[in-house]
Ligand binder design. Structure first.
Ligand code: 4NP
Length: 155
């Protein structure tokens, strides 16, 4: 089982969207029994909450399930459990590395896997642009799945 964790700040906008989109793609590829997926935030303000209504609306628009998703905060244990830990921006990356310390996981930024002028997923909590987030997350998820299949020899 390959384990993948998406991390943002609040775990209500970007990383839940990445979790839902990636899970949808993994399921469509018939690989859901081989890849475990979750998301978490570096902050604790929204722990226990459902994703932001902008994320929920975007997922509904595209027929992507968010069932059972509630915000949680990263823990040191995540750094040991997951094989791939994917941060939405540089600040998430720095903060999560402080919490995880030494980790054997492959740690990367969401947009590292695609060619785009952006290197960080803009935060729609502030921009209000959930469509931009969805477009970036969708494209990066496709590339991330290809990378993981290649590296883990998943067919
Ligand atoms: P996210 O967006 O990190 O993509 O979930 C945010 C959600 C909440 C806050 C900041 C960013 N907040 O400050 O409450």
């Amino acid at each position: 089982m390959t384990k993948v964790l998406f991390v943002c700040l609040g775990n209500i906008c970007r990383s839940p969207m990445a979790e839902a989109v990636f899970r949808h793609q993994v399921k469509e590829a018939g690989l859901d029994s081989q890849i475990e997926i979750d998301s978490a935030g570096t902050g604790d303000w929204h722990v226990g909450e459902r994703p932001h209504k902008g994320t929920l609306a975007k997922m509904e628009e595209h027929g992507i399930s968010t069932e059972g998703m509630y915000a949680r905060q990263i823990t040191p244990r995540d750094g040991k459990h997951y094989d791939y830990i994917v941060a939405m921006d540089d600040s998430n990356m720095n903060n999560m590395l402080c919490v995880f310390g030494d980790t054997k996981a492959t740690v990367l930024r969401m947009l590292d896997v695609i060619d785009d002028e952006l290197t960080e997923v803009p935060d729609p909590y502030y921009t209000g642009d959930f469509e931009q987030t969805y477009d970036l997350v969708r494209r990066a998820s496709i590339a991330l799945l290809e990378k993981i299949k290649r590296e883990q020899a998943i067919v």
